[in-house]
Write a protein that binds this ligand. Structure first.
Ligand SMILES: NC(=O)C1=CN([C@@H]2O[C@H](COP(=O)(O)OP(=O)(O)OC[C@H]3O[C@@H](n4cnc5c(N)ncnc54)[C@H](OP(=O)(O)O)[C@@H]3O)[C@@H](O)[C@H]2O)C=CC1
Ligand SMILES: O=C(O)C1=N[C@H](C(=O)O)C[C@H](O)C1
Length: 250
């Protein structure tokens, strides 16, 4: 694992290779400067893949995380985790792994969403707590987790702008007689249907005016492109936990 590897052709091992994202990444690798070291699914051992890869790229499922981190650590290679639906325990496991290898975990690898998170943080800081914040997302009918990883990332950005913990402000899954909106809440709403690759809006609703920041993914290529760029960037980095902001220098 050296800096020179990061500057040349990187061998990327894909976890979740038969999935929508796994296939989108493999397709881009086929026509790009880096190569696919192979792929694994539910019934394969990621440690075998890690043995002949320079970096692992994980777009699978949360229950695979422990084995994926162990495989990367065993081989001493970085890992990019794009899988969403992670719990606090999963994040603790990522923090632990990041003590010995470079790890990048993100709910969205696209350039647009990474910039959007900056704008949302800035808007939340400047507009202040009287503006109600709602995060709205829509995804394809096959998505299994809600709110999306991106929605949570954007909620975290809003909370950071307000200098509060997202967990203390979250309002989601409203249904029935919910009572009034809590002051200072950050709300989440999720729509599912069709083949939508990913739509996100962060709405700032104030007295008599509303400001909306939106991102629309028109294909999974934007996620795949960002994942490949980030995975190549991770090679040769010191152990630690990185973000897409680090990769893109935003
Ligand atoms: N960070 C980002 O930018 C993005 C993140 N994502 C996230 O990536 C993940 C995958 O999305 P998507 O490709 O659409 O989902 P898919 O369901 O299409 O693909 C997931 C793949 O992972 C495999 N898998 C499931 N469990 C395991 C396991 N334990 N070990 C290894 N492989 C496993 C599945 O196999 P099987 O079919 O046998 O279950 C499947 O092939 C989701 O969490 C999604 O939210 C998606 C897009 C962008
Ligand atoms: O499952 C998906 O498809 C997507 N998942 C990520 C998320 O949960 O935000 C990123 C993107 O929106 C597509």
């Amino acid at each position: 694992m050296t800096q020179s590897v990061a500057q040349s052709v990187a061998r990327m091992g894909i976890i979740g290779s038969d999935g929508r994202m796994g296939q989108a990444i493999a397709a881009l690798l086929d026509e790009g400067e880096h190569t696919c070291a192979g792929g694994v699914g539910r019934t394969h051992d990621p440690a075998d893949l890690a043995g002949h890869a320079d970096v692992l790229v994980d777009f699978s499922a949360p229950d695979a995380l422990a084995d994926n981190l162990a495989a990367a650590r065993g081989a001493g290679i970085p890992i990019l985790i794009g899988t969403t639906g992670l719990s606090p325990d999963h994040h603790a496991a990522i923090d632990e792994a990041a003590r010995t290898i470079p790890v990048l975990q993100t709910g969205n690898t696209s350039l647009g969403v990474t910039l959007l998170a900056h704008l949302v943080r800035e808007a939340a800081a400047r507009l202040g707590p009287d503006w109600d914040i709602e995060v709205l997302e829509m995804h394809h009918r096959m998505k299994v987790d809600a709110p999306s990883g991106t929605a949570l990332l954007l909620g975290e950005a809003a909370a950071a702008g307000r200098n509060i913990a997202l967990a203390d402000a979250t309002e989601s899954g409203r249904d029935g007689h919910t009572g009034r909106r809590a002051p200072g809440a950050i709300g989440f709403a999720a729509l599912r249907g069709g083949t939508v690759p990913g739509e996100h809006s962060v709405i700032f609703a104030g007295e008599d005016e509303r400001l909306t920041f939106s991102h629309s993914a028109q294909s999974r290529a934007i996620f795949a492109r960002g994942a490949i760029r980030a995975a190549a960037w991770l090679i040769g980095k010191a152990p630690g936990r990185y973000t897409m902001t680090d990769v893109l220098g935003l």
